[in-house]
Design a binder for this molecule. Structure first.
Ligand SMILES: NC(=O)c1ccc[n+]([C@@H]2O[C@H](COP(=O)([O-])OP(=O)(O)OC[C@H]3O[C@@H](n4cnc5c(N)ncnc54)[C@H](O)[C@@H]3O)[C@@H](O)[C@H]2O)c1
Length: 346
């Protein structure tokens, strides 16, 4: 599966720039690293403590001379400063994701997502980084019922995770005003694609469902399956990061953007599509039953983004619809399952 065949950096020569990807061993971070190394970025440094990321996500990059790994924690300011030294662009992805995780352990989510974020801002300021682009979240829309979600109209946060991501935006705004730091926030909407972790109590819904269906286990849906999300394929997210980092539009800086495809899919529609795609590999998956359970705390019923701001200020042109993205993601998980079973046969 060839990824990132279409470049998003225009005429720019990436070899002139050094990038730091925090959380680079995670799902989104490792895809950013893959893009940057593919197009010959000067230095691609990862800062990660492997809390939820994996060494295997970096395995393909370890022999690349432009790749550097710092194993460390963003809760330590000196570590952040060392990581930011000599860097032009920071793509800050390190955080503890998941609404339920933050409900179970709000203190750790706050320490990593808020104190760690503040450390990265201070490091970016003190090390004279050109620009910091960071992972914000659609959870910041909270209890707002407006659809589609437009950047300047948010509601009240519904979870500690949402609070941490909103606080990031407040700090980013203050740092850009006080210290003239160039910062752009990207509110990701339910991202999916290669290397998203299917395992663990806090796994995201798409990899979890795919892995259950591949094992003929019934996926459990919270509620009646009519909750909807703007599921966003990873290629669209990488495009936004690259464009946000390198944009020369002065109006585009100091802003937050929705990062989504701009289409709403219910969980029932998602499962239908996953079963159809997976049935091409194994027809028995078509017969796996879905189980419906109780609704989950802190979940919002519907989520749909307006991506007009990203289109107009950052020339965002999402290339993958949910259908096209799901085909790619399913093919990735099927291929990794093959590898797993070959290995376990030895
Ligand atoms: N995946 C989504 O749908 C989604 C949606 C909205 C926002 N986000 C945000 O995007 C970012 C990336 O998410 P992801 O889905 O790739 O998650 P992920 O868990 O795969 O990646 C996060 C990475 O950060 C690292 N990390 C965690 N705590 C750290 C610490 N204290 N120091 C250093 N590294 C640390 C982890 O080890 C991991 O590699 C996060 O900030 C997340 O909140 C993701």
């Amino acid at each position: 599966m060839a990824m990132y065949d279409v470049p998003y950096h225009g005429e720019k020569d990436l070899s002139e720039y050094n990038f730091l990807v925090t959380g680079g061993a995670g799902f989104i971070g490792s895809n950013l690293v893959e893009y940057l190394l593919k197009y010959g970025a000067g230095k691609v440094r990862v800062l990660d403590n492997f809390a939820t990321g994996h060494k295997k996500n970096l395995a393909a990059f370890l022999n690349n001379p432009n790749f550097e790994l710092i194993e460390g924690d963003i809760r330590d300011l000196e570590t952040c400063k060392n990581a930011a030294r000599g860097i032009d662009y920071i793509l800050h992805q390190a955080a503890l994701g998941s609404v339920p995780r933050s409900i179970n352990d709000p203190i750790t989510s706050n320490e990593v997502n808020v104190s760690g974020f503040l450390n990265m801002l201070v490091a970016a300021r003190d090390e004279n980084v050109k620009r910091m682009v960071y992972a914000a979240s659609s959870s910041t829309y909270g209890d707002s019922k407006d659809l589609p979600k437009v950047e300047d109209k948010i509601g009240k946060p519904l979870s500690p995770y949402a609070v941490t991501k909103y606080v990031n935006e407040l700090y980013a705004d203050v740092f850009s005003r006080l210290y003239n730091l160039e910062i752009i926030g990207l509110r990701y909407f339910n991202v999916f694609g290669q290397r998203q972790d299917p395992n663990g109590a806090y796994a995201a819904v798409i990899p979890k469902f795919v892995s259950q269906l591949l094992d003929y286990q019934s996926p459990v849906v919270n509620g009646d399956g009519e909750y909807s999300r703007d599921f966003t394929y990873i290629d669209n997210v990488v495009q936004m990061n690259i464009k946000a980092a390198l944009s020369e539009n002065v109006e585009a800086v100091g802003q937050v953007y929705n990062v989504a495809y701009g289409q709403r899919t219910t969980l029932n529609q998602l499962l239908e599509s996953l079963k159809n795609n997976l049935s091409d590999y194994d027809p028995k998956i078509k017969n796996v039953e879905i189980i419906y359970g109780p609704l989950r705390n802190g979940d919002i019923p519907h989520s749909l983004a307006s991506v007009d701001k990203a289109i107009s200020l950052l020339d965002y042109q999402p290339r993958y619809s949910i259908e096209n993205g799901l085909k790619e993601a399913v093919s990735y998980y099927v291929s990794t399952k093959d590898i797993k079973s070959e290995i376990s046969n030895f």
